[in-house]
Design a protein around this ligand. Structure first.
Ligand SMILES: Cc1cc2nc3c(=O)[nH]c(=O)nc-3n(C[C@H](O)[C@H](O)[C@H](O)COP(=O)(O)OP(=O)(O)OC[C@H]3O[C@@H](n4cnc5c(N)ncnc54)[C@H](O)[C@@H]3O)c2cc1C
Length: 218
């Protein structure tokens, strides 16, 4: 699909919201948690629609500017009028289709998009909680995006701050759903920690979003 950048916002120093619009997006209703692929500087990279408007034909993506790479470098300089090819959408993290009394999202800076899409799709009476691991410089992005999640500051090892947050958490009563995403190693450790708390595997959805280039995650 041919799209064009129509708006750019610095949500926090390293989180950028980029709005893409195009005729092909008119009438396209994304499933919460689904992914799209973009051709950026000649390479295909995966991103997650955060919010969208099928009537107006736009979608917002939240880019984490982690340092360097075709996706990172494109997002750093993208401005109004930049053209971009979008492929998909394709299912990725599944939305929750059954009634639940609580929903939890745990992830890192790359998962702000799915957190918004998946949690916003739930009814207001569902209790929403969770945490996003990030560096201190970006902590304000969680509140600015209106996410009902706790920002936790990354320590030396990725995922450690999230594991500590989870250790201190009393899980709500009743039937719940959990999504865990972001850094590959952190996702595995968090999944194990939740299993040890007795949560049924059918209630926990995981998706690794990034790791080393040699075992890139689709
Ligand atoms: C289904 C899916 C949906 C995704 N949605 C989003 C999204 O909405 N927003 C978003 O920001 N990302 C998202 N990601 C993650 C994103 O695709 C990766 O971070 C990707 O590697 C970025 O490409 P790049 O070209 O910037 O860096 P690459 O060329 O892939 O990597 C360059 C270097 O940067 C490192 N690196 C990559 N990502 C990170 C990171 N997050 N932190 C630190 N180092 C990193 C790599 O290990 C490598 O050393 C998603 C991934 C998947 C699989």
């Amino acid at each position: 699909m041919n799209t064009e950048v129509i708006d750019v916002e610095d949500v926090s120093p390293r989180i950028k919201r980029i709005r893409l619009a195009g005729q092909a997006l008119v009438g396209l209703d994304f499933e919460p948690g689904s992914k799209v692929k973009l051709r950026l500087n000649g390479s295909m990279r995966s991103y997650t629609p955060a919010t969208w408007d099928p009537a107006a034909g736009w979608v917002d993506l939240l880019f984490f500017l982690h340092g360097s790479g075709p996706g990172n470098d494109w997002a750093e300089v993208a401005t109004k009028g930049t053209d971009v090819q979008v492929f998909g959408p394709k299912s990725s993290l599944p939305p929750c289709h059954r009634p639940v009394s609580w929903a939890m999202f745990v992830g890192d800076e790359t998962t702000l998009g799915p957190a918004l899409a998946l949690l916003n799709a739930l009814p207001p009476e569902c209790t929403k909680l969770g945490a996003i691991e990030l560096d201190r410089v970006d902590t304000t992005c969680v509140a600015r995006l209106g996410l009902p999640l706790t920002p936790v500051i990354r320590t030396s090892e990725r995922g450690e701050a999230l594991l500590e947050w989870l250790d201190d958490l009393q899980l709500p009563d009743g039937d719940g759903v959990v999504w865990i995403s972001g850094h590959h190693g952190s996702v595995g450790r968090l999944e194990q920690a939740l299993a040890a708390r007795g949560l049924p595997a059918s209630s926990v959805h995981t998706k690794s979003y990034w790791n080393r280039p040699k075992d890139r995650l689709r």
